[in-house]
Design a protein around this ligand. Structure first.
Ligand code: IVH
Length: 677
């Protein structure tokens, strides 16, 4: 294929992929299978690899991420990003309506007549606000709120959000900004927390924090994996097509934006109040969190007339839902042992309706909180469902405390294995140190080991693990590789076929590549990405075991916490024995010949600093190439730097420093020659 043909094909593929993205992520109505979609995307990426000069900033390949931003550029908002004043009651709403009418010089309306102000009611999405600028139909910039005057430019990260169009369709203005809310759907949030729990990371508190934390991440590939979403709700610009907000929302929808189907044009404040009441009850059925309703005057002329205060528009207001609160009896406090040994006290409650579900349990967090609230069994407690998913106890109704009530004594021994609990200085939770034999910890590790992204042993689900553990056939992951069919067959629900499947699955896992084995063995804080980076650098488990802390710290992604966790893991004799048994069983504990051969030592002993923007490779790709060929990356120039690999728009400071230290400056072509020679 020549370059001209490639250009045509790339355009065709890109358009097709974006239509499918829109169908899937905006319309919720996919028209091809994931497999077919992946094939199209792979074809595009392959072509772009052959013709890197044809990669467009709006290419769907940009959604995969890969670019790393160390520091986000601070950008001034074209229009300041104001917030809304809050209201909490029907009275507040009536008051808002009165002020709007007054501001417009209208006679205060009888509550029940139709007024001449129309309102648009929208869901108040609980995420982080974003301003997207489009020029000639292409997304050129995405900026966070920041302090309202200037925010962070996070365009590379935003491009990974599939529901945000990179190119618009239809009849859009040539230059405008659209604002909206980036959020994380609840099912994605739950899934991420499950994975975090598996590797011993602290759970993210709520979807809002998860979304805003994700937007600040440096590695856009990780942002892509977090599957954020975005609703848009506010257009700004010189030539916005319509004179009312609602018409413009509909127009924006036709250009390809994700506009909530729940936005409604209403005739008066009574209808607004009904809308609020409806969503106060129904909000729990949505797949994402909202924390209220936003009410906006529909007509732009009226908006202009009403204007702004220093902080917020007078033509709009946010109604915030109250966190629903109920009181009920605390029947018992039980203690859960997590996969990492962390102990969580759980309040078992007399069942009570709250936030659309019946609540029977609530989190009590840790010993300090129990003590601070002075919660006791038999108390009547207040329970709230706030932004957090799990309801929490926020206080005790002391007027109802029984005379014979006893202060709560926090447990001192593990409820699962009776080991004395420990508490690490500075950490809130107690934990059970018996990680090698405490049942939920052992089973948790086995489940993680068998999970899809780890060893992917399909036939080894949590029930089977439970069964094998109870029958004392497995106590650690190495035991799996010593299982015999005769041991399995006597077990309940374990027919010949399922036993064979299980053993075949375990056998097949011996071919799983080293980086996934490294993730699977469950070293605390070593997630999928970190495992990959470590595997690539050290090449074998044997080499990893020998590394010192300083050497570990030289690996990308490995900081103090991870380094110490790795050292601790291999310092344990139990773990070293287990690794030996895995080795004898024939697991893949090093990179394959193929993986090893692919690299070279051409850049051995050289340290590179990359700066600027490049034509053929992303900065991440360049970094990988450097490491792949035995070189080292560094972010700052010093006398140890061998080469400054310079692209376009390089920072002048870096250039000056490199020149003053007489460091060789090379461009992308020079670099390619170095590794291809
Ligand atoms: S309109 C000038 N509409 O709530 C008006 N905001 O406290 C701009 N939000 O900063 C905001 N859903 O981050 C608007 N449907 C919606 C919204 C919404 C959520 C957020 C937004 C805003 C904050 C106001």
């Amino acid at each position: 294929m020549n370059k001209y043909q490639a250009e045509i094909k790339i355009k065709k593929l890109s358009d097709e992929i974006e239509i499918h993205n829109h169908n899937y992520y905006v319309n919720d109505a996919p028209t091809i299978s994931d497999f077919e979609f992946d094939k199209l995307l792979e074809e595009l990426i392959e072509l772009e690899k052959q013709f890197p000069e044809l990669i467009l900033p709006t290419s769907p390949s940009q959604r995969v991420g890969g670019a790393v931003t160390k520091v986000f550029k601070s950008v001034k908002h074209t229009y300041p990003m104001l917030s809304l004043s809050n209201s909490y009651s029907t009275e507040d709403m009536i008051d808002f309506d009165r002020k709007v009418q007054e501001g417009l010089g209208l006679q205060p309306n009888d509550l029940f007549s139709s007024s001449s102000v129309n309102y648009v009611c929208e869901l108040k999405f609980d995420g982080l606000s974003i301003g997207l600028t489009y020029k000639d139909g292409e997304l050129v910039q995405a900026v966070t709120r920041g302090d309202g005057v200037q925010g962070d430019e996070v365009t590379v990260n935003v491009k990974t959000i599939k529901s945000i169009p990179l190119k618009l369709k239809g009849n859009f203005p040539s230059d405008f900004e659209i604002r909206g809310e980036i959020f994380m759907a609840r099912n994605i949030f739950d899934q991420i927390n499950k994975e975090r729990e598996e590797i011993g990371e602290q759970a993210l508190a709520n979807p809002r924090n998860a979304a805003s934390g994700t937007m600040k991440m440096q590695d856009s590939a990780v942002v892509a994996s977090r599957k954020l979403d975005c609703f848009l709700y506010y257009l700004l610009g010189e030539d916005i097509p319509f004179k009312t907000h609602f018409e413009n929302l509909n127009a924006a929808k036709s250009w390809g934006f994700k506009i909530s189907k729940h936005s409604k044009l209403l005739n008066n404040i009574n209808e607004v109040i009904d809308f609020i009441d409806y969503w106060d009850k129904e909000r729990y059925k949505l797949p994402f969190d909202i924390d209220g309703i936003v009410i906006k005057v529909n007509d732009y002329k009226q908006q202009l007339q009403l204007g702004f205060t220093a902080k917020s528009p007078r033509w709009a207001i946010a109604y915030k839902f109250k966190a629903e609160q109920v009181s009920t009896e605390l029947l018992e406090i039980t203690y859960q042992v997590g996969r990492t040994g962390a102990i969580t006290p759980v309040a078992n409650l007399k069942p009570v309706a709250l936030g659309g579900t019946v609540v029977k349990r609530a989190s009590l967090h840790n010993a300090d909180i129990i003590e601070k609230l002075d919660v006791r069994v038999g108390d009547v407690v207040f329970v709230e469902k706030g932004g957090e998913i799990i309801p929490k106890i926020i206080g005790v109704d002391f007027t109802k405390r029984k005379a014979n009530s006893q202060p709560t004594n926090y447990i001192s021994k593990c409820p699962e294995c009776n080991t004395e609990l420990k508490r690490v200085e500075g950490e809130a939770n107690h934990f059970c140190p018996n990680d090698s034999a405490c049942p939920p910890q052992v089973k948790g590790r086995l489940e993680h080991f068998a999970s899809r992204k780890a060893m992917n042993i399909d036939s080894l689900g949590s029930e089977t693990i439970d069964q094998l553990f109870k029958a004392e056939l497995i106590k650690d992951i190495a035991d799996l590789y010593e299982l015999k069919k005769e041991q399995l067959l006597p077990l309940e629900r374990m027919a010949e076929k399922s036993a064979t499947n299980l053993l075949e699955g375990i056998e097949a896992s011996k071919q799983v590549p080293f980086e996934r084995v490294l993730y699977a063995i469950g070293i605390r804080h070593v997630g999928e990405t970190t495992a990959k980076k470590i595997a690539k650098k050290v090449k074998s488990l044997e080499a990893l075991i020998k590394l010192t802390k300083e050497q570990l710290l030289e690996t990308d992604e490995v900081g103090e916490v991870i380094a110490i966790s790795i050292l601790d893991f291999f310092a344990s004799e139990i773990n070293r024995n287990m690794i030996n048994r895995l080795k004898n069983a024939g697991l893949t504990l090093e990179l394959t010949q193929e993986q090893q051969k692919a690299g070279s030592n051409k850049l051995n002993g050289f340290t590179f600093v990359i700066s600027g923007v490049f034509n053929k490779h992303s900065r991440d790709q360049l970094k990988e190439l450097i490491e792949f060929n035995g070189g080292k990356n560094s972010s700052s120039i010093s006398s140890k730097t061998s080469y400054l690999l310079a692209g376009d728009n390089m920072g002048p400071e870096k250039l000056k420093k490199a020149q003053s230290l007489a460091i060789k400056i090379i461009n992308e072509d020079d670099f390619e020659k170095m590794i291809n020679e």
